[in-house]
Design a protein around this ligand. Structure first.
Ligand code: ZN
Length: 280
């Protein structure tokens, strides 16, 4: 089965409305996943992370983490690379304590560099991060480079699949953001459009991809440069129903994180459609 959940603490979470209450609230409203957003920096204390982890097991809400936005594994500057590694490692530490995986991150920017050069640099930096994670025993946490939404950002579909192939899917898994794909690469309408993306990953990563699946979804505004604002369901596209149909037909398990501004409201619309599809 697929789990569906919001990108962040549900808006309707009762006070005080932190991550812990968010996890409980997801279960209460019938959602089995939540992504913990560290996009402005990792500020969670270890003790809270441990408590959140216990609660996620108790309530059976599967967690993942979104690392800070300030990551650029392709940079020319060592200080920026060091900061990027630090952001990923801090996210991985919290993820390990919360039993959360993957750690989703935007891998970097081309800034005029050839694609091959960016790939080489990202692999070098990720190797250092993975080595450190292995040394401290955070091997339960997978790194998830996300399909980025702007044409200026390193991380198109081929590039994130290649990172996963290079390190193995147990260490690095590609996180397709279907809204970003829709904005950056090609418009998604029918089930076949989604199947093409899934097949591209399956071809390289095999059936492990179907089981370890983690993706982002929302409708989205776009320009020639790629992504604009994320939109609520029904306000722009891509549609979610053909995505659910494609995943169900191909036997996917894993998680869909809903990045709509309406968070849990739209996640629940998807969850209901998914439940209905499965009882047919
Ligand atoms: Zn993201």
């Amino acid at each position: 089965m697929l789990r569906i959940g919001p990108a962040g603490i549900p808006h309707s979470t009762p006070s005080p409305g932190g991550t812990l209450e968010g996890v409980r609230h997801c279960r209460k409203i019938g959602l089995g996943a939540m992504e913990v957003e560290f996009v402005q920096g990792v500020r969670m204390k270890d003790e809270l992370a441990e408590t959140v982890g216990e609660e996620s097991l108790r309530t059976d809400v599967s967690l993942s983490v979104h690392a800070p936005y300030f990551i650029n594994l392709c940079s020319d500057e060592e200080s920026k690379l060091a900061n990027s590694r630090r952001h990923i490692l801090q996210s991985a530490r919290a993820a390990h304590l919360m039993h959360a995986s993957p750690v989703v991150f935007h891998p970097g920017f081309y800034q005029g560099r050839p694609k091959a050069e960016c790939a080489k640099r990202a692999k070098k930096e990720l190797q250092r991060v993975i080595d450190e994670m292995q040394q401290v025993g955070w091997t339960d946490v997978v790194l998830g480079p996300e399909l980025t939404g702007k044409k200026s950002a390193y991380g198109d579909l081929d590039e994130i699949i290649e990172l996963s192939r290079h390190f193995g899917i147990k260490a690095v898994q590609p996180v397709v953001d279907f809204g970003h794909y829709h904005a950056r690469i090609a418009r998604l309408k029918r089930s076949d459009d989604f199947v093409k993306i899934l097949e591209q990953a399956e071809k390289v990563l095999g059936s492990d991809y179907k089981q370890a699946f983690h993706c982002h979804y929302s409708e989205i505004q776009f320009t020639d440069a790629g992504e604009g604002k994320h939109l609520p369901i029904g306000m722009g596209g891509p549609p979610f129903a053909p995505l659910l149909a494609a995943l169900e037909e191909r036997g996917y398990t894993g998680k869909i994180i809903c990045e709509s501004p309406k968070l849990e409201e739209d996640a629940l619309i998807m969850q209901k459609a998914y439940d209905k599809m499965r009882t047919k």
